[in-house]
Design a binder for this molecule. Structure first.
Ligand code: TRP
Length: 362
C-alpha cells in the first residue's frame, strides 16, 4: 500500500476552530491521543475523517491510540462479540498503517488507570454539564432515559480520562466529538484550578472542510455516512467486498439533470449526491472538488472514477488486514507492548492526580 494514498495532511489541521500551521515535528515533543470504539465495521467516512489522520499524526507526535472497549459497554452488547470486535479493530488499525514502532497502540481496558481516573473526574464533573451533552441526549432518547446506563451518561468523563492520562496536547476527532473535547478542557482546567497543575489542557484537531470529515451517505447525501444509517446501501464498510463497493457507488443517488456540460458541478446544497462523489475523489486523490467537476460531463464516468479511487485505497488495505489476521498472536503482542508503554505514562499521571486530590499514599 502506498504510504500516503491521500493528499498531505499537515497544514490542513484545524485546532479548536482555527486553522493551525502544523509543522512536522521530528522530536515528537507533543502528545496526541485518540480512541475508537470496537463496534461494527469501520466505514469509509471514519477512515477518511479520522483514521488516516491518525496514521499521519503518528510520525509527527508522540501518539497514543486506543481501542476503547470500556466505552462499548455503555450500550447493550454481546460479551463474546466484544473481545472479537476489539481484536478486529486493532488488526484493522494496524492494516491502516499504525505501527508499534511509530505509535503506542493499545486496548483501553488493559490500562486500568482509565477507569480509575474516570472516577476522580466524575467527582469533578457536574450533573448539569453532563446532561447537556448532545450525544447522550441522542443516544439515550433512542431507548429511554430511564433504562439508559449510568455509563452512557458518564461516557464523556471516561473519554476525558483517556485524554488527560497521556497529557495529550492534541486530540484528532470528528466534528461530532467537539462537545466532548470542550468538556475535557473544562474538567482539566477546573481540576488544575482546584487541586494544582496536573493535566495538560488538550485541543481538538478536527479535519477542516475537504479533510474528509464530511463524507455523506450515498443514498441520503444530506446526512453523514454513519453506522446508524437507515440503509446499508449508503454506507461503504472497509470490509465490504470490492464488487459490493463498486455497486454501491454506481447506485449512489445523484439527481435528474440530463448529462452534458455543467451537469457535474460542485454544490452541496443544490447537488448533494454529486458533490459527495466529488468530495470523495478530492479527498482520495487530491485537488479541489469544483476543479475536479470540470473534468466530467456524465455521472457514470464520475461514479466509475470515484469507485476506482475508493478501491485503490480499500483493496490493499483489505489484503493487509487478511495478512495480519492470519496471526492474531502477533497483533496481541503489539497490543501488549502498547499496554505496557501506555501504562507507564498513565501510572505517572495517576500518581500525580491521586496526590493532588488528597488520597493517602499506601
Ligand atoms: N467518543 C469517541 C467516539 O465516539 C471515541 C473516544 C473514546 C475517543 N475515547 C476517546 C476519541 C479519546 C478521542 C479521544 O468517536
Amino acid at each position: 500500500m502506498p504510504e500516503r494514498p491521500y493528499p498531505a495532511l499537515g497544514t490542513l489541521l484545524v485546532v479548536n476552530g482555527q486553522h493551525h500551521d502544523d509543522q512536522p515535528n521530528a522530536a515528537k515533543t507533543k502528545a496526541v491521543l485518540s480512541g475508537i470504539q470496537p463496534t461494527g465495521a469501520v466505514h469509509l467516512g471514519n477512515y477518511l475523517g479520522a483514521l488516516r489522520w491518525w496514521v499521519d499524526f503518528q510520525d509527527r507526535y508522540n501518539a497514543f491510540y486506543c481501542v476503547v472497549d470500556l466505552h462499548a459497554l455503555t450500550v447493550p452488547g454481546d460479551p463474546a462479540e466484544l473481545s472479537r470486535a476489539t481484536l478486529t479493530m486493532a488488526t484493522l488499525l494496524m492494516a491502516a498503517g499504525l505501527g508499534p514502532e511509530r505509535c503506542t497502540l493499545f486496548v483501553q481496558s488493559h490500562v486500568h488507570e482509565h477507569a480509575e481516573l474516570a472516577w476522580l473526574l466524575e467527582c469533578t464533573a457536574s450533573m448539569g454539564e453532563l446532561s447537556r451533552m448532545t450525544q447522550f441526549k441522542d443516544k439515550s432518547s433512542k431507548e429511554s432515559e430511564e433504562s439508559a446506563r449510568v455509563g452512557l451518561f458518564a461516557y464523556p468523563v471516561l473519554m476525558a480520562a483517556d485524554i488527560l492520562l497521556y497529557q495529550a496536547d492534541l486530540v484528532p476527532v470528528g466534528d461530532d466529538q467537539r462537545q466532548h473535547l470542550e468538556l475535557t478542557r473544562d474538567l482539566a482546567q477546573r481540576w488544575n484550578a482546584r487541586y494544582g497543575e496536573t493535566f495538560t489542557v488538550p485541543e481538538a484537531a478536527i479535519p477542516p472542510a475537504g479533510g474528509g470529515a464530511r463524507i455523506m451517505d450515498l443514498q441520503d447525501p444530506v446526512h453523514k455516512m454513519s453506522k446508524s444509517s437507515a440503509s446499508d446501501a449508503g454506507l461503504i464498510s472497509l470490509f465490504d467486498d470490492p464488487k459490493v463497493i463498486e455497486r454501491k457507488i454506481k447506485r449512489a443517488v445523484t439527481d435528474l439533470d440530463p448529462p452534458g456540460p455543467g451537469a457535474v458541478r460542485w454544490g452541496p446544497q443544490a447537488k448533494p449526491g454529486v458533490s459527495n462523489l466529488l468530495e470523495l475523489l478530492a479527498t482520495l486523490r487530491g485537488g479541489k472538488p469544483d476543479d475536479i467537476a470540470a473534468g466530467y460531463e456524465s455521472y457514470g464516468k464520475l461514479k466509475s472514477d470515484a469507485a476506482e479511487a475508493v478501491l485503490e485505497l480499500v483493496v490493499p488495505l483489505q489484503e493487509r488486514y487478511r495478512e495480519l489476521a492470519r496471526d492474531p498472536g502477533a497483533v496481541r503482542s503489539v497490543l501488549a507492548v502498547g499496554a505496557s508503554r501506555a501504562g507507564e505514562v498513565a501510572a505517572r499521571t495517576m500518581d500525580a492526580a491521586r496526590s493532588a486530590i488528597g488520597l493517602l499514599p499506601r
